[in-house]
Write a new protein. Structure first.
Length: 153
């Protein structure tokens, strides 16, 4: 119970923290953040290079690698510092963590109970739709409670 309580508390805390940015328009500018910020500041690449102690072509390479999604976080952090910015790194769930967990539990319950119900149907003991929904809900709740949502059967 204590582990489940801790997981629930952690889920809720993370949902609150990321809820602020979920849905915000934080898409990378067309040319990447480094280039967009550098140009908005009117900073030529050679000045940024001098601030970083790298060559001008290195700055352009950083901009290309950021746009391609291959830049290293440390490189991005250095670029942010040179632009007087903070690097903010986050994985933002597309929906609440609770919704993700409940959806996964429901999918697992449907998958696990489908074969059981098929066997019962062959023996002419199939559950009614209402009984099946109750079983699915109970089983999904049990999966969440026991942290077995992600295990494979």
């Amino acid at each position: 119970m204590n582990k489940q309580h801790n997981n629930t508390t952690a889920r809720r805390a993370l949902d609150r923290r990321v809820g602020v940015v979920r849905g915000a328009d934080l898409a990378m500018p067309r040319g990447g953040w480094i280039r967009a910020l550098r140009e908005a500041l009117g900073m030529p690449a050679r000045f940024m290079a001098a601030r970083l102690g790298v060559s001008t072509p290195a700055v352009y390479e950083w901009e290309r690698s950021e746009k391609a999604g291959t830049i290293k976080l440390e490189t991005l952090r250095r670029a942010a510092d040179a632009l007087d910015c903070d690097l903010v790194y986050a994985l933002v769930p597309r929906q609440s963590l609770e919704t993700t967990l409940q959806s996964a539990a429901a999918a697992r319950a449907r998958r696990d109970l489908a074969s059981v119900n098929q066997s019962m149907r062959l023996e002419d003991q199939a559950l009614s739709a209402e009984e099946m929904e109750h079983r699915l809900a109970d089983y999904a709740a049990e999966l969440v409670r026991t942290s077995d949502v992600w295990t494979t059967t």
